[in-house]
Every structure is written in structure tokens, then in C-alpha cells.
Design a protein around this ligand. Structure first.
Ligand code: NDP
Length: 268
């Protein structure tokens, strides 16, 4: 997919939250071997070193890779973010990043406008190819629009059939912000939904594949995580079938405010 600054991101990538650092290199290697080229990590995941080890060992040309990491809440603010960025880049063993995100708005800290200025600088210096945010609410985005020049390329939010974020996605679309879905499988919590399992039976695909296909047809960027090699491969095998209008309507009807992670109002 093309972001609002022309940079291209694979629509389907690989997330590594909750993969221990010591296991991350092997897991990311399995993902790269399966064909993923986009990896989503964060300073807070504690596994940027493992990601970097796998990227280096892969021998893949840098321009074929798309690497995302995120600045943690405690490092928000202009100077602290610039320092945190250098630390992340060092752990990843890279000289530039493809996408850098503010991990959470963290309303009690109230520093994301300064943090965003640091990301604007990193983008202007070419140290990040794209700048974005994560878990930003509509009001956070509006405030950012009012106080800065650069429109985020991406807002990475919890999004899956149980939490479809229709209004926020519409706001993104109006402003040219790509929606990226975290916990796209709701960490497994939507894989038993009857609407999903019925489509899986009919198409001969797994429930996870049906949900990932739903994301792709919605137009969101999606970054499923798996530490299981067979699932890592399976989650990439979603380009040989299509959901019908009826399937999409059946999944639309399962929206139910199901959050598997924290609410951005409360997370600081
Ligand atoms: P996901 O929705 O991707 O679900 C991961 C879980 O589903 C794991 O338990 C995995 O098991 C299981 N799973 C994966 N594939 C299959 C399959 N084909 N069939 C059945 N089960 C499957 O959850 P995450 O929370 O990990 O979200 C994905 C990524 O999003 C994260 O890794 C991270 O990069 C990002 N994220 C960002 C956040 C943010 O605040 N910006 C917050 C949370 C996540 P197993 O590993 O055992 O195979």
C-alpha cells in the first residue's frame, strides 16, 4: 500500500509483541523465510535486538525490508524521543527506519505534540521514511492536525471483527492516514465466531485466514503475530480467495466493542 508520502508498505506484515528477545531472531527468521518483509516491533517489547539479528542474518537487501518500531510512553518528549530513537536504531542494527510510531497518546503525560516534533525532525533528516502514531483517538489526531504540519502516515489501532473502529477509520480515510490493525486476530478471541467459522468451512480456509482476508479487503494494514512456524506460513497464504459482500456483511454484524488490550483513555 502507498502511504500519504508515497512510501510503500506491505499490507501484510509480521508482529512480534510477546515474543521473548531470545526467541525473536528465530521467529523473525521463520517469518522472513515464509516471505514476510515487514516487521512490527517496539522499544517496549524488549526484542529489537532479536529483530535486528534476524534482519542481519537474512542477507536480504535493506530496501526489501520494512521495519517499524515505536517510542515508548516514558520516552515521550522532544529530546527523550530523539535519544530513544537512537537506542532503537542501534538495537535493530539499522541506519534508518521505515516507520516510527508514537506508541500511545498517554493523555496523563500529555507530551505527544513534542514527541511528534521529534518525529517530524527525524523524517526531515531522512532517518525515518515515514512517521506515524498508534492508539490515537479522534481528538488526539485533531489536536495534532491543529498544531503541526506533518499528517501521520499511519495510525496503528486495535482492530478486528470484534472492534471494527468504523468512525476512526472514516476519519483516517478523510485525512489520508492509513489504518494499521494491531491484534488483528483479537489474539484468537474472534476465531470461534460463527460468522467466521462458517466462511472458513465454505472456503476451506482457516478462521485466522478468513479474518486476515477481511482486513485486506477492508484496506487496512495488518500485522498478525505467531510464534508457530505453520501458522506463520498460513497467515501469509490469504491471497487465493475472496470474501463475498454477504461474508463482509456477516462479519460486520459481529462488531461488539471487544477490546483485548488497554483503552487509550486510560493507558499512560
Ligand atoms: P494477534 O491478533 O496477531 O494474535 C496472536 C495470537 O494468535 C497468538 O496467540 C498466536 O498464537 C495466535 N495465532 C496466530 N496465527 C494463528 C492462526 N493462524 N491460527 C490460530 N491462532 C493463531 O495478536 P497480537 O496482540 O500479537 O497483535 C499482533 C501485533 O500487533 C503484535 O505482535 C504487535 O506487533 C502489534 N501490537 C501493537 C500494539 C500497539 O499498542 N501498537 C498492541 C498490541 C499489538 P501462536 O503465537 O502461539 O501461534
Amino acid at each position: 500500500m502507498k502511504l500519504n508520502n508515497g512510501v510503500e508498505i506491505p499490507q501484510l506484515g509480521f508482529g512480534v509483541w510477546q515474543v521473548p528477545d531470545g526467541e525473536t531472531a528465530a521467529t523473525v527468521t521463520a517469518a522472513l523465510e515464509a516471505g514476510y518483509r515487514s516487521i512490527d516491533t517496539a522499544a517496549a517489547y524488549g526484542n529489537e535486538t532479536g529483530v535486528g539479528d534476524a534482519l542481519a542474518a537474512s542477507g536480504l537487501p535493506r530496501e526489501e525490508l520494512f521495519v517499524t518500531t515505536k517510542v515508548w510512553n516514558a520516552d515521550q518528549g522532544y529530546d527523550a524521543t530523539l535519544r530513544a530513537f537512537d537506542t532503537s536504531l542501534g538495537k535493530l542494527g539499522l541506519d534508518h527506519l521505515d516507520l516510527y510510531l508514537i506508541h500511545w497518546p498517554a493523555p496523563e503525560r500529555d507530551r505527544y505534540l513534542d514527541t511528534w516534533r521529534a518525529l517530524e525532525r527525524l523524517a526531515a533528516e531522512g532517518r525515518i521514511r515515514a512517521a506515524g502514531v498508534s492508539n490515537f483517538r479522534a481528538a488526539d489526531l485533531t489536536r495534532l492536525f491543529d498544531h503541526s504540519e506533518l499528517v501521520p502516515a499511519v495510525n496503528q489501532i486495535e482492530l478486528h471483527p470484534g472492534l471494527q473502529q468504523t468512525e476512526l477509520r472514516a476519519l483516517h480515510a478523510r485525512h489520508g492516514i492509513a489504518t494499521e490493525a494491531w491484534s488483528p486476530l483479537a489474539q484468537g478471541a474472534v476465531l470461534d465466531d460463527p460468522a467466521v467459522t462458517a466462511i472458513a468451512r465454505r472456503t476451506g480456509k482457516s478462521p485466522a485466514q478468513v479474518v486476515l482476508r477481511w482486513h485486506l479487503q477492508l484496506g487496512t494494514i495488518v500485522i498478525p503475530k505467531s510464534a508457530t512456524p505453520a501458522r506463520i506460513r498460513q497467515n501469509l497464504d490469504v491471497f487465493d480467495f475472496e470474501l463475498t459482500e454477504q461474508d463482509l456483511a456477516a462479519i460486520a454484524a459481529t462488531d461488539r466493542d471487544l477490546r483485548t488490550g488497554p483503552h487509550p483513555d486510560q493507558f499512560n
